[in-house]
Design a protein around this ligand. Structure first.
Ligand code: PLP
Length: 441
């Protein structure tokens, strides 16, 4: 029997059955997007492409929400993972490969004098908070609106909002708790500020610097919608935190290995005291790390975790880094990202849809409703000025024609497996999508 094009009946059926036994019918809340009746279920991935359970083929720019910096099922990683799986998957003991990876990270990441390993970004950020508190003897953590650092009670605060008014006054942001079950006091030691605003941070550190252990941020805000740091902002944060004896933590769970091999700290030239890495660090396998200053990292807080530094993930990480180290990798990301962004800008201009694009390494930004003349500053701006409704319609149109973008927020990931042909096909689809939507912009 030949299937209709873009038949999703297999996905619908699977979701219906899964929902009977699996909470929400998905493995993670991020696998479900409220705007669609059911998620597209995947059968396999290879390079830049995914095939769903109905046989539809997609050029994938979601890439597992970031880890797949080499694309789906990269041969170099698959080989070492299967070799290691046959030699043993967990020893609860040091290995030669762990030495290699620790030394490798200390060589390539600017802030890394020592490292420790966990499995997920959430765990690494949790551990970074504990290390910062132990080292400084202070308890409060400053975080920024719209910056996501993981799903624990203390981390999942003010990561998003439905509308700007929900966030309270800019000078006194409300702490927004995100999920039922978060204890009321979970954010007692968290101070929330608007991002990209040095005056706000300066005032806060002046007032409470003696209680604040660390300032944590994504150096390039990505998770809730990509926004670049304003000119001089990261340097200013670095100066202010030093002046007040407060540690600076960069959450590089997304930006690590993507903005540059040494992460956003290399790309933007600002070195934090501590940084957390996950996602792309192991090319699709669960591994995360904290890196940082020797005196801070060796302050006596020992990370626990049964699966920490398991040899399969360590092997995947070493293979991923070896691939990323190949000459020309980041130049190629830059060329592909430029081709995509310039193409999208041209399409937006031709269809009179205000379009903002940007890229750093293998992370591209696409926002609709504004242009490069008026870049976004923070989550408040994003909520007030971006046409999420329009983006959503383009997202749905593109997926129906074989291009899989991140829903809602215009974050586009590239991998080493993406080709010029993928970009050109994507631009063709986006041209048609903008054409269909232009009347509604
Ligand atoms: C910036 C950032 N930090 C931390 C996390 C949490 O990482 P994980 O999902 O691996 O726990 C994420 C996840 O998306 C993230 O984007």
């Amino acid at each position: 029997m030949t299937k209709k094009p873009y038949d999703l009946s297999g996905s619908a059926e699977l979701f219906e059955r899964l929902s009977r036994t699996l909470v929400d019918g998905v493995g993670s809340s991020f696998h479900r997007y409220a705007a669609e009746p059911f998620p597209v279920a995947i059968a396999s991935g290879s390079g830049s492409h995914l095939i769903d359970v109905d046989g539809n083929d997609f050029i994938d720019y979601v890439l597992g929400f970031g880890p797949l910096v080499l694309g789906h099922a990269p041969e170099a990683v698959a080989r070492v993972v299967s070799e290691q799986a046959r030699r043993g998957s967990i020893f609860s003991a040091p290995t030669q490969s762990l030495l290699e990876l620790s030394e490798e990270l200390c060589e390539i990441i600017p802030c890394a004098e020592m490292v420790s390993f966990q499995n997920t970004g959430t765990e690494s950020v949790m551990h970074a908070f504990r290390v910062a508190r132990a080292y400084t003897g202070k308890e409060k953590i400053v975080k920024f609106e719209g910056h996501y650092h993981g799903w624990s009670d203390e981390q999942k605060v003010s990561i998003d909002a439905f509308y700007p008014a929900e966030m309270g006054a800019r000078s006194r942001p409300r702490k927004i708790m995100t999920t039922p079950g978060q204890p009321e006091g979970a954010a007692d030691n968290v101070i929330v500020l608007p991002w990209n605003d040095l005056d706000a941070l300066g005032r806060c550190l002046e007032r409470q610097g003696n209680e604040i252990a660390a300032v944590v941020m994504e150096p390039f805000m990505c998770d809730s919608g990509p926004i670049l740091p304003a000119e001089g902002y990261l340097e200013g944060v670095r100066r202010l935190t030093r002046a007040h004896d407060v540690l600076l933590i960069f959450d590089e769970v997304i930006t690590g290995f993507r903005c540059a091999l040494g992460g956003a700290q290399e790309a933007f030239g600002v070195t934090p005291d501590l940084a957390t890495f996950a996602k792309a660090i192991a090319g699709g396998y669960p591994l995360s790390a904290i890196c940082g200053r020797r005196d801070v990292m060796s302050c006596g807080v020992h990370p626990s975790g049964t699966f920490n530094a398991n040899p399969v993930s360590v092997a995947a990480s070493l293979a991923t880094i070896e691939e990323l180290r190949r000459p020309g990798t980041y130049e190629r990301f830059d060329a592909l990202a430029t081709r995509l962004c310039e193409g999208l800008d041209e399409i937006g201009a031709r269809h009179s849809v205000p379009t903002y694009t940007a890229h750093v390494g293998s992370i591209c930004v696409l926002e609709l409703g504004l242009t490069a003349d008026e870049p976004l500053r923070d989550l408040r701006d994003l909520l007030a000025r971006c046409r999420v409704d329009l983006y959503d319609r383009i997202w749905a149109y593109a997926r129906e024609r074989g291009v899989r973008l991140t829903p809602r927020r215009g974050r586009i990931y590239l991998s080493t497996a993406h080709t010029e042909q993928d970009i050109d096909r994507t631009l063709e689809v986006m041209d048609a999508a903008f054409d269909a939507m232009a009347g509604e912009a």
